[in-house]
Design a binder for this molecule. Structure first.
Ligand code: F3S
Length: 390
C-alpha cells in the first residue's frame, strides 16, 4: 500500500501510541482488501459502544486509548449505549450504568461528540461524494443511498481507528466502480411502515448485490429509514439505490435482472400481531427524527394513557433533551417510556412482555434473534392503539 510521509510517521509512533495502533489496524485491513492507498474522511461514526456488547475488555481498551493520548482527528459521533441518559426509564435496565458511563467518559475524553444516536446524519448530514467511516449499519445505508456519500460498513474498532487517524482504506464503496446496481426491483403499491420494513427484511434475505428499487410513489424519509435499516439487519447491504432518491452521479447501473415482488411474499415477515396479553409497543429504531417524534406525540395525545400491563417505549437521540423537553413530558404524563441515547436492542429490558409490537423490521429482527422475544410488525398508529386506552 502506498503511504504518505505523514502516514509513515504516524505508524512510527511520532504522533503517539494510540494513533499508531489505530493506523496499523486500518493499514492491515486495507492491505487484506487490496487497497492501494488510504483516504481522508470527513466524519467518523463509532458504533459498538454498549457495555453489554463490549464488556470489560472494550472498556479497558477505550480507557487505554484515551489515557495514551488518543484524540479524534475528524468530526466523530457515537452510537447509542445501553442506558437511558435521562435516567428515568422503568423499562430499560440500568444495572451496568456505572460501567457504561466510564465508556462515555473515555469516548468524550478522546473528543468524540456525545451524540449517542444511530442517526448521525441528524448532527451532520453528509454531502454527496464525501468519504466517511461509519459503523452502524442503518446509518451506513442512509449515508450511501440517501445522501450519496461514500462509506463502507465498518465494524466498531475500524470506525474508532478512523476517528483517531482521520483516514480509512480506499476500497469497497469508496470506489465508484463498486457502486453498481445489478438488480432492478419494481414495487407497485406499498404504503405502510410495516410493508417498508418487510420489504427491507426481504431484500436483506434475498438479494446479495446492490439493488435499484423503483417505487410508483417516492417514499418519504421515515419509510426509507425503516427500509434501509431492515435490509441492513437481515442482510449485509450498505447501498440500496432508490430511483428519484439516491443522488445521480453517486452510482452506476448495469441491470442484469428485473424482479417484482408480490405483496403476499412480504406478509411472512409480519410476525405475531394478534395478541391480548401484555404488549410492549416500541417505536424509534432507528432513532426518531424530530418530525417523526412530533407526529408520534400528536398520535399519543388522542389517548388517555398506556394500558395497565402494557408499555410504550420510544427511543430518541440524546440531543433532544435540549429542545423537545415539552413533548417528552407530554408523553411521559401519558405513561410512555421515552428514552434518550439508547434502544432495547443494545440494552436489557427490566421485565418480559408477551409480545413486542414495532414498526421496525430491524428491531423485529434483533429482538427476536438476539433477545428471544415474540415480535410483530405493525404501523405506529396500530401500535399506539394496541397499548393505550381512550
Ligand atoms: Fe438504532 Fe438501536 Fe435500531 S442503535 S438502528 S435503535 S437497533
Amino acid at each position: 500500500m502506498h503511504l504518505t510521509r505523514r502516514q509513515e510517521r504516524i505508524l512510527r509512533g511520532e504522533y503517539g501510541w494510540s494513533m499508531a495502533k489505530a493506523l496499523e489496524i486500518i493499514v492491515r485491513v486495507g492491505e487484506s482488501l487490496g487497497a492501494e492507498k488510504l483516504i481522508e474522511i470527513k466524519h467518523a461514526h463509532v458504533s459498538g459502544i454498549s457495555y453489554l456488547n463490549i464488556g470489560e475488555p472494550g472498556l479497558k481498551l477505550l480507557e487505554e486509548l484515551a489515557e495514551r493520548g488518543g484524540r479524534a482527528s475528524v468530526y466523530t459521533t457515537v452510537n447509542p449505549s445501553c442506558i437511558d441518559l435521562s435516567g428515568s426509564s422503568i423499562i430499560i435496565d440500568h444495572s451496568v450504568a456505572r460501567q457504561q458511563l466510564l465508556i462515555h467518559k473515555a469516548l468524550e475524553r478522546m473528543g468524540f461528540n456525545p451524540t449517542y444516536t444511530c442517526i448521525p446524519y441528524l448532527h451532520r448530514p453528509p454531502a454527496p461524494g464525501e468519504h466517511l467511516a461509519w459503523g452502524e449499519s442503518n446509518a451506513v445505508v442512509m449515508a450511501n443511498s440517501f445522501y450519496g456519500a461514500r462509506t463502507n460498513r465498518e465494524g466498531g474498532p475500524l470506525a474508532l481507528a478512523a476517528a483517531l487517524t482521520g483516514y480509512t482504506y480506499y476500497a469497497g464503496l469508496h470506489i465508484m466502480e463498486n457502486r453498481v446496481a445489478r438488480y432492478r426491483i419494481v414495487i407497485e403499491d406499498i404504503l405502510s411502515e410495516r410493508d417498508y420494513s418487510s420489504l427491507g427484511l426481504w431484500i436483506g434475505e434475498n438479494i446479495d448485490d446492490i439493488p435499484l428499487i423503483s417505487f410508483k410513489q417516492r417514499p418519504d424519509y421515515g419509510m426509507l429509514k425503516l427500509l434501509f435499516a431492515s435490509a441492513a439487519a437481515s442482510g449485509s447491504h450498505a447501498l440500496i439505490i432508490v430511483d428519484n432518491v439516491t443522488p445521480k452521479g453517486s452510482y452506476r447501473l448495469d441491470i442484469v435482472e428485473r424482479i417484482s415482488i408480490d405483496g403476499r411474499e412480504l406478509e411472512k415477515y409480519h410476525g405475531d400481531v394478534e395478541y391480548n396479553g401484555s404488549i410492549l409497543g416500541y417505536v424509534g429504531c432507528p432513532h426518531l427524527h424530530p418530525h417523526e417524534f412530533r407526529n408520534l406525540v400528536r398520535l399519543v395525545m388522542k389517548y388517555s394513557r398506556v394500558r395497565r400491563g402494557c408499555g410504550l417505549l420510544v427511543s430518541i437521540p440524546y440531543k433532544y433533551r435540549d429542545y423537545l423537553t415539552g413533548e417528552v413530558s407530554m408523553l411521559r404524563l401519558k405513561g410512555v417510556d421515552v428514552v434518550f441515547g439508547t434502544c432495547p436492542i443494545v440494552s436489557r429490558l427490566t421485565r418480559r412482555f408477551d409480545l413486542v409490537l414495532t414498526n421496525s423490521g430491524k428491531a423485529k429482527f434483533y429482538l427476536s434473534k438476539l433477545h428471544g422475544l415474540r415480535v410483530g410488525l405493525a404501523d405506529t398508529d396500530v401500535i399506539v392503539r394496541s397499548v393505550m386506552e381512550m
